[in-house]
Write a protein that binds this ligand. Structure first.
Ligand SMILES: O=C(O)CCC(=O)C(=O)O
Ligand SMILES: [Fe+2]
Length: 210
């Protein structure tokens, strides 16, 4: 298959270990042990080195909406290169369509309230975030550890809660079959009740990132 900006259910399910979460409302997948524990540890080390308060696009005025910290991972770091190669092999998406990988860290009590990863097509931030690379197409995230309690990702519309497990990947298509954004991708990074939670997030765009 030639490299493109698209992944597909067929491509993802081709890989042993990938499971589709049953729903006709969105294309949602998980894969346990996508990353080994050692690579997860190295990525956590990078996140701890460079983290800053997380921000949100399409700000809704709630300053407790996303209370975590974020790290822009450096593309040249060996652990990031390894991660990117594994994601490209899984998704089939040409790396040119990807935003740089981010790390997210949630301390006890921190969360990312229910949101969608796509940008509101008529929102105030559309031009700022999407004029070059277009809309976010696919999201992939990987849990790098297991907090002692809390920190699950809840897909509210389909009432599905995914528990953090070291190395487990979760991914979904942010669009419906007709190409419009899919509100059923609404998800909540729930409060960590005890311990700390680390994830990486990888967002792909409809056009090359540039
Ligand atoms: O931490 C989670 O479980 C969800 C993270 C997320 O939704 C995001 O970073 O966009
Ligand atoms: Fe999200």
């Amino acid at each position: 298959m030639p490299a493109s900006g698209e992944s597909s259910a067929t491509r993802l399910l081709d890989r042993p270990g990938v499971q589709r979460i049953p729903s006709d409302k969105l294309e949602l997948f998980q894969c346990r042990d996508f990353l080994g524990a050692e690579l997860c540890e190295r990525l956590i080390g990078l996140i701890d080195r460079d983290r800053r308060p997380s921000t949100i696009a399409d700000d809704n005025g709630d300053k407790y909406f996303r209370t975590s910290e974020t790290c822009d991972l450096q593309p040249g770091e060996p652990a990031v290169v390894e991660l990117e190669a594994l994601l490209a092999e899984l998704t089939g998406i040409d790396p040119a369509y990807g935003e740089p990988v981010q790390g997210q860290r949630y301390a006890q009590g921190q969360e990312f309230k229910a949101h969608t990863d796509y940008f509101e097509p008529n929102g105030v931030d559309w031009d700022r975030y999407c004029s070059v690379a277009g809309q976010r197409s696919w999201t992939f995230m990987v849990y790098l550890n297991e907090p002692q309690a809390g920190g699950a990702t809840r897909f509210k519309t389909i009432k599905k809660t995914i528990q953090p497990e070291t190395g487990k990947l979760v991914g979904w298509n942010n669009r419906r079959p007709d190409g419009r954004v899919n509100p059923n991708t609404l998800h909540h990074g729930m409060k960590v009740r005890a311990g700390v939670k680390y994830v990486i997030t990888k967002w792909y765009r409809e056009k090359p990132w540039g």
